[in-house]
Design a protein around this ligand. Structure first.
Ligand SMILES: CC(C)(COP(=O)(O)OP(=O)(O)OC[C@H]1O[C@@H](n2cnc3c(N)ncnc32)[C@H](O)[C@@H]1OP(=O)(O)O)[C@@H](O)C(=O)NCCC(=O)NCCS
Length: 127
């Protein structure tokens, strides 16, 4: 699957620390969500996060910046997928895009009791 834009978020005052920059934890939550959006393309199941690797923040995200999260599936296992997430800040003032961080996240497809299942199986979530 090619790299795709999974999430695009306008930052708000509620997302900031007292320095006026965005909390790292907010970005971690968006990485988790972006991973889910990508994993969901591999099967209509419940997907849970098994792991998130090291996250280094290379540049701050300022209030008003737009956060873009790009995802690429880098490994398809049997019950899990590994997804690379790249995060950039689109500056409020200039529109320039600055790399902020990247991470690899593993999501596992599970059934309604939380037991891992092959994600290539027929859909297990429905209305
Ligand atoms: C993730 C979870 C479902 C794995 O259950 P498990 O019984 O240990 O899984 P299994 O040993 O059967 O492995 C299933 C797949 O998950 C992968 N996996 C399991 N734990 C993993 C981990 N910590 N990191 C990376 N991959 C992992 C296995 O490699 C396997 O992949 P594959 O089938 O593609 O080869 C279970 O630990 C869990 O429910 N964790 C909580 C998840 C959660 O609630 N996350 C939200 C944050 S609280």
């Amino acid at each position: 699957m090619p790299r795709s834009l999974a999430l695009r978020i306008a930052t708000l005052p509620r997302d900031t620390n007292h320095y006026g920059t965005i909390f790292g934890g907010i970005i971690l939550a968006y990485i988790d969500q972006a991973g889910f959006v990508q994993a969901r393309k591999h099967g209509a199941h419940r997907w849970v996060t098994a792991s998130l690797d090291r996250v280094d923040f290379k540049a701050p995200v300022h209030l008003g910046d737009i956060i873009n999260l790009y995802t690429t599936t880098i490994r398809e296992g049997t019950k899990s997928v590994t997804i690379a997430v790249e995060v950039e800040a689109e500056r409020f003032t200039t529109g320039n895009c600055v790399p902020v961080t990247s991470a690899q996240i593993v999501l596992v497809s599970v059934n309604e009791t939380g037991t891992p299942i092959p994600f290539r199986s027929p859909p297990t979530v429905r209305e």
